[in-house]
Design a protein. Structure first.
Length: 248
């Protein structure tokens, strides 16, 4: 690993430490496991056509198909694919086979690995890249870029989840529980969001991920200090990091 990569890795690690400790108490953080998303996964158009045939849309072991009348999702057209637009498609479909576990970590649905996507694992792009279209439409490109970069470096990134996404996922889980069809997302009012749904913490994180200079890092530490967010543990870590950075 060259110095620059190692430096970036440390910075991203640091950002995660800060996020994990909660800069803003009123946020929900989700985490992504790099171990999973660095695997190859062929959920591409080519992979769907030649390997799985999009089984997740007509597998009764999965919702929304479970709520369908003919053993497949009611919104699946065999010629056109999903009839929902990107704006209306359920979030659980947009990010599938990512599912959220009880530790607020996005993991790969075990049924996908053992059943309907089984043959799609082991070839194609990295998992995070294979799902990029749906993830970007859900979380925004900058955040997906960040997750991709951090996981490539072997870090498990945390990120703040937009309240509208949380509310939508909660609604979809309720529908899944009683096996009723999902409704278009645009039917539900959306609370106003900061800047394209990118949250405060993520904004801050995006600035930090471009830290290249020693002085930027010092500035960040000072800002944390001014806001009373520089805990003893972090202070120790920063001193250690600053010392080692000056030696680079
Ligand atoms: S809503 Fe669309 S993506 Fe989701 S299962 Fe149905 S057809 Fe597939
Ligand atoms: S999630 Fe799995 S079954 Fe569905 S399209 Fe992708 S690879 Fe195929």
């Amino acid at each position: 690993m060259n110095v620059e990569t190692s430096f970036r890795k440390e910075i991203i690690y640091l950002i995660n430490e800060v996020l994990n400790m909660g800069l803003d108490r009123d946020v929900t953080l989700w985490k992504v496991s790099s171990k999973w998303v660095n695997r190859c996964f062929n959920c591409t158009l080519e992979g769907i056509k030649t390997i799985c045939g999009g089984k997740c849309c007509h597998s009764q072991s999965y919702y929304p198909p479970r709520a369908g009348k003919n053993g497949m999702c009611d919104f699946l057209d065999m010629e056109k694919g999903c009839l929902f637009s990107m704006e209306d498609k359920p979030i659980i479909c947009m990010i599938y086979p990512f599912i959220l576990n009880e530790n607020n970590t996005l993991v790969i649905h075990h049924r996908s690995m053992n059943l309907h996507c089984k043959e799609n694992y082991g070839s194609g792009p990295r998992f995070i890249e294979a799902l990029r279209g749906g993830l970007e439409a859900t979380f925004g490109k900058p955040l997906v870029d960040y997750i991709s970069e951090a996981t490539e470096l072997g870090i498990d990134p945390y990120f703040e989840v937009d309240k509208n996404i949380l509310e939508t996922v909660r609604r979809e889980e309720e529908w899944a529980e009683v096996s009723v069809n999902p409704q278009p997302r645009t039917k539900f009012p959306v609370e106003s969001n900061p800047k394209d749904g990118i949250s405060k913490v993520v904004d801050r994180l995006l600035v930090l991920r471009d830290v290249e200079e020693f002085s930027d890092l010092v500035e960040f530490v000072e800002e944390l200090h001014e806001n009373g967010e520089l805990t003893e543990g972090l202070r120790f870590y920063f001193v250690y990091r600053l010392e080692s950075i000056t030696n680079i």
